[in-house]
Design a protein around this ligand. Structure first.
Ligand code: PMV
Length: 336
């Protein structure tokens, strides 16, 4: 790596006033999202700059609420779902390290209170919505008046997929080319798809043995299949965007499923192999393929874990609810 690469602190610092002002408190919400074209692999690790652009659908009202206020006792307090977190916990350390990028050496003790309303039964990661809600709350609390482009770039530094969680609906994250990453940001696609349904199927709640960050690094370093990935992702992004524009559900679903399977192929061919699937994951995939054979337009996508996200339209909802009674259904474009 060249020594001209900038750190997160250096990039963010350019957009901050010398002395911060603060509000009494600030609160923000960001939705969780599921990638239809996955972000998989980094061209620069410090800033989470990706090797490919990606596209996601946000999960409506499911996500993270974060509130920032002044701490009365002179020390930072980090809460998650109403519970104060141990200061040595990885959650607490990540949140404080992120806040410190903005607070720098100014002594402003804070209470950072995060609540996730993603059903624990859904088996979804909350780092994307968590970092996006945190950066939105920071922007408001310190009265920074950052633009959405800047907020997306800063959320990305917490977790890549958080860059997309600044927006709702269909969101594209462009990989960008600048070294400081300020062009590696998300934007919202101007499309509504009222009938669009996402079914969350949790097959395991066990903590995954390898998180997505390490899985990504291992895959890019050791999988010979990975070299094909950036070109495939670029092609998939175009196909998906066209399918969304044309409301072609089958084209969209087929592309999203193949994109997820291709990402998993790169994981499986990493060394040591990364197989996130469980026998139950494969059983759901096989049932989805059978249903498709019988004429039901249902597809799936999967991330770095064993749980599945089914993609279907409202017309198939009743039937799929009977097939998968354990499924949580989200309609991203319908208000709840
Ligand atoms: O944002 P991260 O570092 O948790 O990585 C997310 C990676 C995937 O979920 C597998 C794909 C994606 O685009 O969300």
């Amino acid at each position: 790596m060249s020594d001209t690469l900038q750190t997160k602190a250096q990039v963010i610092n350019q957009f901050l006033p010398e002395k911060l002002t603060t509000k009494h408190s600030a609160e923000a919400f960001a939705p969780s999202n599921i990638a239809l074209c996955k972000y998989w692999g980094k061209r620069a690790t410090e800033l989470n700059l990706p090797t490919n652009s990606s596209l996601s659908i946000s999960l409506g009202h499911l996500g993270s609420h974060t509130r920032i206020s002044h701490s009365e006792n002179g020390a930072d307090v980090v809460k998650l779902n109403n519970r104060t977190q141990d200061e040595q916990s990885s959650f607490c350390r990540k949140v404080i390290a992120f806040i410190n990028l903005f607070r720098r050496d100014q002594s402003i003790p804070l209470v950072i209170d995060t609540r996730n309303n993603i059903p624990t039964a859904a088996g979804l990661a909350s780092s994307a919505s968590g970092f996006a809600a945190l950066v939105l709350a920071i922007n408001d609390f310190f009265e920074l008046r950052l633009t959405k482009v800047q907020l997306s770039a800063f959320a990305r530094m917490g977790s890549g997929s958080a860059s997309r969680a600044i927006y709702t609906g269909f969101v594209r994250w462009d990989m960008g080319k600048q070294e400081d990453g300020m062009d590696s940001v998300a934007s919202q696609l101007d499309f509504q798809w009222d009938d669009f349904c996402i079914g969350l199927i949790k097959v395991s709640s066990a903590k995954k043995p390898v998180d997505s960050r390490s899985g990504m690094d291992r895959t890019t370093a050791t999988s010979s299949l990975y070299q094909n990935w950036p070109a495939q992702a670029a092609a998939d992004l175009i196909t998906l965007q066209k399918a969304i524009e044309n409301r072609d559900f089958s084209a969209m679903g087929a592309c999203a499923e193949q994109n997820a399977m291709s990402m998993h192929a790169t994981m499986i061919s990493a060394w040591p192999p990364l197989v996130y699937w469980l026998p139950e994951s494969l059983a759901v995939m096989q049932r989805v393929w059978q249903l498709r054979e019988s004429g039901i337009a249902v597809y799936f996508t999967m991330d770095a874990g064993p749980n599945l996200k089914l993609l279907f339209e409202e017309s198939s909802r009743k039937l799929l609810e009977t097939e998968f009674p354990q499924m949580d259904i989200i309609q991203p474009f319908k208000s709840h």
